[in-house]
Each structure stands twice: as structure tokens, then as C-alpha cells.
Design a protein around this ligand. Structure first.
Ligand code: PXG
Length: 458
């Protein structure tokens, strides 16, 4: 018997409205419109309950990197479910997929990483890091090194610690966050600044806001700095070239731990295995999730550098932290199949040398549209800024919701992207063909035209 009943779109929408509380959703608004029910997917396309075909320009939620319907991944899950669907990694137990995956992850990462801690999501991975960072400094005899520096508008997840690390003001306001010992500095978003400095000057200034904060708090009280190599949920914010080298200098100079949040940028999205490789930084921790399984099953984790892991191991004592699903055998088997597929199809090099440059060039050409004030794309992670005045780069009044209008027009034209304010962002699957890239760009130009028409009609 099939686990899922076949129902009409309307029936699903009614059940959805009555029983399902969605993440990051204004339910009152949703109940007026009803949900878009996605029923199946193949390659880079998703299909809704009316069988409308939509090019998934967001890889689900930045995760379905290998594309949908990959039989190797599906088979790995089914086989592992037959063999051992679950067992825990507590009480001195382990399982082959978790062991194999940890070894495989160290092979594709920088040499300081030999050990992996598994979690179920990116948020859990960042919670793990908060606890591990503070435990590390305790073990080092510096318990006063407690404060973690993050950035405004960062996204590191939704649990209490991860949302505290994040710099989303609205999230903080809703639940009395951040928790103590987490502070925020400037994000390296030149376009969003007053643009009085050159891009590189601005990058240096944004990095030096970390140094200023360290001096303000006291260097002996700062434990770590966390940043996404490119901020994703915040609007695909690509830092100036001057930014990350200066951040690395500051972390080195003050001896603070560097955390590169690779939940979006990990596993190839920028045309290198990790964002840290792309920006040539040497982090002490890398949280990951999403692309490790191409989203086929939930899995997260943390690359822990020898600097930290050696202390945790050598000093002994129990680290009182872990999850039921740490090292879940089926999720780990799926990750192995996914990474093998990315390797055998050379998808990371394909982003660096082929589909990346191809899409980037076309994306840049969208900058000719009268509504577009700026475009940026690294690997397969891009953004365009919608502006009211192309010469002054003046933005629209945010109340007009221009980004959302454009996102809706994109959907009408068969492409799914995200809008962050008036920034339209995309992160398509790694298997995107040239023809599909063309289709994505044509739909975006058309959606921008339709947005312009809607604005002049208003
Ligand atoms: N770090 C980063 C950099 C992320 O992007 C998380 C941590 C948390 O991962 P989990 O698996 O706990 O969700 C994320 C998640 C969006 C959006 O709207 C982005 C994320 C999640 C939900 C929505 O762009 N990123």
C-alpha cells in the first residue's frame, strides 16, 4: 500500500491549511493564498500539483546540488535501510557509513581537518560549534574566552544558539536573542552601504570592524569569529577581495578560532570543494549540511581542525553533547553516494570551468536591464539588485515589495528563485545544462520586464 494518498490539489491545500505549520511563514497570509504543493521532481525541474513544470533555480533550498531523481543516491538509501536503518554512535558504538563518510570528508577538505562530528542539520552543527568552542577554551585554561563574533544579517540557523549567531534582527526580536556572549559586527555588503568607499577599502573596513570589536571586548575574552564565505540567506553577499585575507590576519593575530559556515558554500557550489578553499582561508571549524546529501536526507556536521580536536581528545573527559541522529547510517550512506557522484561527474570542476562561467556571463548581461543596478555571481550562486534609478542606484521604497513581485513573475515564467528584499537570488543545481541556463536567463529577463510593467501600472 502506498504511504502517501493521491489527492486533488484542493484537498491537499485544505489539509495543509488545517494542520501544517510551515517554517518562516506568515500563516494568515498563506491561508489567504494557499500553498503551492510540489509533488515530484526530475533533473533541475520540480512539478506542482497541477503538473506545472518549474526550473528550480534554488536547488530546493540551496541543497539539491546533484539534481533530482539521481538513482545512485536513491539506491544507496534503500540498500542501507535494508542493511541497518538506524543505530546510534553513543556508548562506544559506530557504523560503517558514518566511519566511511568521515574518512571521505577529510580527503576532500584542507589538511587541518581529520575529524568530523555529525549532526542532523546546519543549525545543530552551529549549536555544536558554540559548545565545542567554549569547551576548547575551558580545556585550554582560558574560560574567559567566551565571546563569539558574528555579523549583522548573517544566517546560521534557527535553533536558539544558531539564531543567536545569525544576525537577523527580526529573529532576535521575536525571542529575546542573542544569548549572552554573541556579538555582531558589520557585514561586507558594499552595495548595501552608502558606497562612499571603494569596494576594496570597504572590504578592509568591514574586516576591521571585527578587530575594533575584539579591542572593545578585550582580546583575551574573544573565542571565535564565524562567517559564511558568501552570505546566502542574507542576499548572496559576495565580500570584496580584500575582506577574507584581512579576517584571516585578524584571527591569526589575536589567536581566535575561525569558523567558516559552509552550509551553503560547501561541496562545490563556488567551483571549489569549500568556500574556504575559494577564498584561501584556513578555518578551525567548518559546519556543513544541505549539499552533503544534496538534500536527499537530512544530515549536518562539523569539520573540526586538529588544533581543537587534539585538545578535546588529549585532555580527555566527556564532551556532553550529541544527537540521536549523529552519524545516522542511511543519511551517511546517501552522503557517500552523493559525493561519489559529484566526484565521478567532475561537477566541482564543471562549475569552475564550464557551467559557472557560462551562467555568470549571461547573469552579468542581465545588468543591461533598466531595473537592474548590480549583478554578482560566484560559482553557481548569484544575485541581482533591482533599483528604481539605474544611474544613482537608488532603490525602490521597500513597502512596494518589488523583489517579491519579480519572484512571482519568475514563477509565472516557470523559474523558481528567491527574493531578499529587492535582491533576487539564485543557486541552481550543479547539473544545469547550457540550454537550461539559457532558459533561466530568458525567464529572468521576461520577469524583469513584467515587473517593470506592473510597477508602471501601479
Ligand atoms: N548556516 C547557513 C549558512 C545556512 O544557510 C544554516 C546554517 C542552517 O541550516 P539548517 O539545516 O538548520 O536549516 C543555513 C540554512 C533561505 C534559507 O531562505 C536558508 C537556509 C535555511 C532556510 C532558508 O535562504 N539556510
Amino acid at each position: 500500500m502506498a504511504a502517501i494518498e493521491k489527492r486533488s490539489r484542493e484537498d491537499w491545500q485544505e489539509l495543509d491549511k488545517n494542520h501544517y505549520l510551515h517554517p518562516f511563514t506568515d500563516h494568515k497570509d498563506l491561508h489567504k493564498r494557499r500553498s503551492q504543493i510540489i509533488t515530484r521532481a526530475d533533473g533541475v525541474y520540480i512539478y506542482d500539483a497541477d503538473d506545472k513544470k518549474i526550473l528550480d533555480g534554488m536547488s530546493g533550498l540551496w541543497c539539491v546540488n546533484a539534481g533530482y531523481g539521481r538513482q545512485e543516491i536513491i539506491a544507496a538509501a534503500a540498500e542501507q535501510m535494508q542493511e541497518l536503518p538506524y543505530y546510534n554512535s553513543f556508548f562506544q558504538c559506530s557504523n560503517p557509513p558514518a566511519i566511511e563518510l568521515s574518512a571521505m570528508l577529510q580527503e576532500i577538505s584542507q589538511p587541518q581537518f581529520k575529524r568530523i562530528f555529525f549532526a542532523g542539520s546546519g543549525s545543530e552543527s552551529n549549536d555544536t560549534i558554540v559548545r565545542m568552542v567554549r569547551t576548547y577554551w575551558d580545556l585550554m585554561g582560558q574560560p574567559e574566552r567566551h565571546t563569539i563574533i558574528s555579523r549583522n544579517n548573517a544566517y546560521h540557523g534557527s535553533t536558539v544558539a544558531a539564531a543567536s549567531l545569525g544576525g537577523m534582527k527580526a529573529m532576535h526580536k521575536q525571542s529575546g536573542l542573542p544569548i549572552p556572549g554573541i556579538v555582531h559586527v558589520e557585514q561586507p555588503y558594499w552595495f548595501g552601504s552608502d558606497r562612499s568607499m571603494s569596494v576594496d577599502e570597504f572590504g578592509l573596513a568591514a574586516a576591521r570592524s571585527i578587530e575594533d570589536k575584539i579591542k572593545e571586548i578585550g582580546p583575551d575574552k574573544v573565542a571565535a569569529f564565524i562567517g559564511e564565505p558568501i552570505q546566502g540567506a542574507g542576499g548572496v553577499i559576495v565580500p570584496p577581495d580584500s575582506y577574507w585575507p584581512e579576517v584571516q590576519r585578524i584571527c591569526d593575530e589575536y589567536g581566535i578560532l575561525l569558523i567558516s559556515d559552509e552550509v551553503i558554500t560547501g561541496f562545490g557550489r563556488l567551483g571549489e570543494w569549500f568556500g574556504a578553499d575559494y577564498f584561501k582561508i584556513r578555518p578551525d571549524f567548518m559546519p556543513f549540511a544541505k549539499g552533503v546529501t544534496s538534500g536527499y536526507l537530512p544530515l549536518g556536521g562539523v569539520f573540526v581542525s586538529d588544533r581543537v580536536a587534539d585538545v578535546l581528545i588529549d585532555k580527555g573527559g566527556e564532551f556532553f553533547h550529541g544527537y540521536t541522529y549523529s552519524g545516522h547510517p542511511v543519511a551517511c550512506a546517501v552522503a557517500i553516494a552523493n559525493l561519489k557522484l559529484i566526484q565521478s561527474e567532475n561537477l566541482v570542476a564543471r562549475i569552475r570551468d564550464d557551467i559557472g562561467p557560462y551562467l555568470q556571463q549571461k547573469w552579468r548581461a542581465l545588468g543591461d536591464h533598466p531595473l537592474v543596478g548590480d549583478t554578482r555571481m560566484v560559482g553557481l550562486m548569484g544575485a541581482l539588485e533591482i533599483v528604481e534609478n539605474k544611474d544613482t542606484l537608488q532603490r525602490f521604497d521597500e513597502k512596494r515589495g518589488v523583489g517579491t513581485i519579480c519572484r512571482e513573475k519568475l514563477l509565472v515564467n516557470g523559474v523558481c528563485m528567491r527574493a531578499v528584499g529587492d535582491t533576487v537570488i539564485c543557486a541552481p543545481p550543479f547539473v544545469l545544462s547550457h540550454a537550461e541556463a539559457d532558459e533561466m536567463i530568458e525567464a529572468t529577463w521576461k520577469a524583469l520586464d513584467l515587473t517593470q510593467q506592473a510597477l508602471s501600472a501601479a
